[in-house]
Design a protein around this ligand. Structure first.
Ligand code: UDP
Ligand code: MG
Length: 307
């Protein structure tokens, strides 16, 4: 049995060595064979050199370096594609994912769970952020078909079966939280206390979080476009009722402002129909657009020699 630990890194020079030491300290009490794969996601600092040094010094360390920043999703995908282990654990480099959970995760994997999820609670986080996150999950869960749980991130163990299933999902716009849930399999959940980042900065700005949210909705289904369809239908229906009402009124009492009725009726009717059909067309175009480009998810500029 072999374990692959996958670590996407973007400007993590301050934390990489600490991370590596923490993993080793954890793993030395374990007899299991393991490898660590660092993915350098276009870091602008010294991260790549640190990885290279570790890979030269330790045979069980490998690295993949991207030609630019492709995002954590691409990093994770590269990691699971290159992982050789029977189990794979995805971890952040900043030690916010506590290594002391690894033995328990492995234990659960041995018990036959294909996904062991580490779920973080929200101790020590700001009220505003906690609140916003809660709203975010409410909204997003009402929009997507898969179930997304607060505190469940990318820190998890995946069995070989789960990894191979994930690799079959070739979509360009990857939203891992959704993909993990989509592939299914039996899951075990471990809870841990939230850890704040020790060194370096979080790479998530408020804007990127919002974009991530939009990605989550758009890449998982076509409900937003459906909404356009329903809205269009609603407007059309309201207009039809309005036309009937005005028609009866005019027949009984005559016209008060000449031309007004027909103009409004036509604008509303056509507007509604337009929204409706834009939704239908958009539904098809949206699906085709991302997939048809068939771009690779990332470009590798260099990787460790032992490939
Ligand atoms: N990360 C990455 N590419 C990016 C942004 C982040 O590989 O474009 C990595 C980062 O180095 C870290 C992990 O993803 O190992 C989580 O990032 P971060 O700690 O900034 O996110 P947060 O914990 O604040 O959600
Ligand atoms: Mg972090």
């Amino acid at each position: 049995m072999k374990l692959s630990i996958i670590v996407p890194c973007y400007n993590e020079e301050q934390t990489l060595q600490n991370f590596f030491d923490a993993i080793n300290a954890q793993m030395c009490s374990n007899t299991i064979d393991y490898e660590i794969i660092f993915i350098n996601d276009g870091s602008k600092d010294n991260s790549l050199n640190i990885m290279k040094q570790l890979a030269t010094d330790y045979t069980y360390v490998r690295y993949i370096s991207f030609s630019r920043n492709f995002g954590k999703e691409a990093g994770m995908l590269a990691g699971i594609s290159y992982a050789q282990g029977d189990n794979v654990i995805i971890m952040d480099a900043d030690l916010q994912h506590p290594p002391h959970l690894i033995p328990e995760m492995l234990q659960l994997a041995n018990d036959g769970f294909d996904q062991v999820i580490a779920k973080r609670n929200r101790t020590g986080e700001g009220v505003l952020r906690t609140g916003l996150t809660r709203i975010y999950y409410k909204v997003i869960n009402s929009l997507v078909d898969v179930k997304l749980v607060d505190g469940v991130g990318d820190f998890r163990l995946l069995s070989r079966k789960a990894v191979d299933s994930l690799l079959k999902l070739k979509e360009y716009n990857r939203f891992s939280k959704g993909l993990f849930s989509w592939i299914g399999f039996n899951e075990a959940v471990i809870e841990y206390d939230n850890v704040t980042r020790q060194d370096g900065n979080s790479k998530w700005s408020f804007k990127s979080l919002i974009n991530y949210g939009i990605d989550g909705v758009i890449s998982f289904n076509n409900k937003p476009l459906r909404l356009a369809i329903y809205l269009g239908l609603l407007v059309t229906l309201v207009d039809v009722l309005y036309v009937i009402y005005m028609f009866i009124r005019i027949t009984l009492y005559g016209i008060d402002v000449p031309g007004y009725f027909t103009t409004i009726a036509a604008i509303l009717l056509i507007g509604g129909l337009q929204l409706f059909f834009m939704g239908v067309i958009g539904e098809y175009i949206g699906r085709i657009y991302y997939e048809v480009k068939q771009r690779p998810h990332y470009i590798i500029s260099e990787k460790s020699d032992n490939e």
